[in-house]
Design a binder for this molecule. Structure first.
Ligand SMILES: Nc1ncnc2c1ncn2[C@@H]1O[C@H](COP(=O)(O)OP(=O)(O)OP(=O)(O)O)[C@@H](O)[C@H]1O
Length: 239
């Protein structure tokens, strides 16, 4: 199986805080990976480094065999790396369709193609029929689906989800995981940063655990859930 992403010995410091201390891992094409860890473990920082918002102090990010460590975010987006954000901020006064078209336009300048991609993405996330609703009139789960559609409209090969299940009820979490599994079946590689264990355990094939900027465990959801270091990390911080 081909490796789509290879994070090699990545370090990142913010002033006196070492947010990442030599993190390495690989992700296979089409894989579903969960990235967990207590608050402040470095998960979002790692996403920011993969998506090009931050540069690492040391280490490399290899995507599809190419060293993209120095690439700006827009270039990574065009190369097929997309992400959703922890706090969903759709353009409130635009319709669902126009919000997703804005996403699609990151990848193409052709408005007709952008519209087509947007309609496909809206369908994939289960918002078909809601194209003309204003984003501000959606409920939380619909806003999450819209955020997902905006990322999908860029036609990603690698999708980074930052706490997409936060704030949802268990039933909504399960519905969203179902949608994500369907998206994964299309061959899109997904890395999920998540505190909602119900989502990670039902979605991920493999889970990577960060704690104080270091990878402390990696394995199937069942393996990491019973890992002593992981249990101690969560108990120690209350995270
Ligand atoms: N831009 C920044 N400036 C200063 N410190 C930062 C910055 N971004 C992250 N940090 C610090 O780096 C550490 C890792 O933060 P990060 O947000 O990556 O953790 P996280 O695992 O995503 O946490 P959470 O689960 O709470 O979102 C924290 O101590 C945080 O305060």
């Amino acid at each position: 199986m081909t490796i789509i992403l290879d994070v090699r010995d990545v370090y990142k410091r913010f002033g006196g805080i070492e947010a990442l201390k030599g993190v390495s891992f690989s992700v296979r094409r089409g894989e579903r990976v969960g990235l967990i860890g207590p608050n402040g473990a470095g998960k979002t920082t790692l996403f920011n480094i993969i998506s090009g918002i931050y540069m690492p102090d040391r280490g490399r990010v290899i995507y599809k065999g190419v060293d993209i460590t120095g690439w700006p975010a827009y270039r990574r987006s065009r190369a097929g790396i997309a992400r959703t954000f922890q706090i969903v901020r759709p353009l409130a006064n635009l319709t669902v369709l126009n919000n997703v078209i804005v996403g699609a336009l990151l990848r193409t300048n052709d408005i007709r193609e952008a519209r087509e991609r947007a309609m496909e993405a809206i369908d994939m996330v289960g918002l078909a029929g809601k194209e003309d609703i204003l984003a501000k009139d959606l409920n939380l789960i619909e806003k999450k689906r819209l955020e997902l559609a905006r990322a999908l409209a860029t036609q990603p090969e690698l999708l980074l989800l930052d706490e997409i299940a936060a704030g949802l009820r268990p039933r909504e979490v399960d519905d969203l995981v179902y949608t994500l599994l369907e998206i994964s079946k299309r061959g899109i590689t997904i890395i999920m940063v998540e505190h909602v264990m119900r989502a990670v355990m039902n979605f991920a094939e493999r889970v990577i655990v960060l704690h104080f900027g270091e990878k402390i465990a990696e394995g199937t959801p069942r393996e990491v859930a019973s890992n002593k270091l992981v249990i101690e990390a969560y108990m120690g911080t209350g995270g």
